[in-house]
Design a protein around this ligand. Sequence first.
Ligand code: UDP
Ligand code: MG
Length: 323
Amino acid sequence: MTAPREAPTISVVSPVHNEGAGLRKFLDRTVTALQSTGVTYEILLVDDGSTDDSWDQVLAAHRTIPGVQGIQLSRNFGKESAMLAGLATARGEAVVVMDSDLQHPPELLPQLVAAWRRGADVVEAVKRTRTGQGLLNRAYSRLFNRTFHRLTGVNLTDATDYRLLSRRTVNVLLQLPERTFFFRGTSTWIGFRREQIPFDVSPRVAGASRWRFRSLVRYAVNGITSFTAAPLHLVTLGALLFGAFAVVLGAQTIWRFLQGDAVTGFPTVILLLLIQGTLILLGLGIVGEYLARIHDEVKRRPRFVVARSTLTDVHDGADEGTP
Ligand code: UDP
Ligand code: MG
């Protein structure tokens, strides 16, 4: 057994998924930025099941750049799990989470650290502009953020995953029992003293964004269902409104029947069937989403599995959060 490694002042956690081409540049700029702050640091690269040479790059960096460590997940678990694996492994007094594709400029690190030194527990880098985000993508984020804000009261409009968290907030996050991790949401929800630093999102250095429309929809549905039961209340509200409508329509139908004037045939029936069918299916779908969430939670599977690591004291997803 080796002694547990010493706690640095800052841990940088970066999820890596097929970023082999740009990783070296990312590390050079990050190290330069960290050194300018004069703090001790570690950089934890979490390889999230890359299929390119990312892990070789991580190992090479670990051998040549002091403070660089690598954790390799056993398969692609998704960015949220990769970030969680890094947070669970980080030992720093503060932890910065940032993308490894250089869309989150490392040059902002000194400002994040300075804000933390001023007493902030959560320092959020927020988007000022959105370079490298397509028109459709932008419209989609706007729709998601508006819906999310309205349903949960948590506003994520300009939020990114580029954040510094103090040790105590990291510990709070790691102690949250839910299996579905939604970093941007939960790290906002926990509260504490916050500060925001605006920045311009840069275009990717290399590779392509892995977001497909389907995974974005998944992300949105997971984010909302793991955060609020509001859609379930919407189902009830919809049922009440439709019920009121049914009473009025029913009364009118009976009235006209008594007058000897039957309701004109098919269009009404077809319309009613369509509306009713849609509402029932929508309601079932929403209930199903929550059922799926509960199903995922009760299984209590670890949120990530570590295959290899340059560290000896890595916790797996099952016991993260324990000291
Ligand atoms: N990423 C990851 N696992 C995944 C997808 C992405 O760890 O399954 C990492 C990726 O390497 C990058 C960050 O998450 O560091 C953001 O990914 P991406 O650039 O694809 O997303 P976008 O910037 O378009 O939101
Ligand atoms: Mg990116």
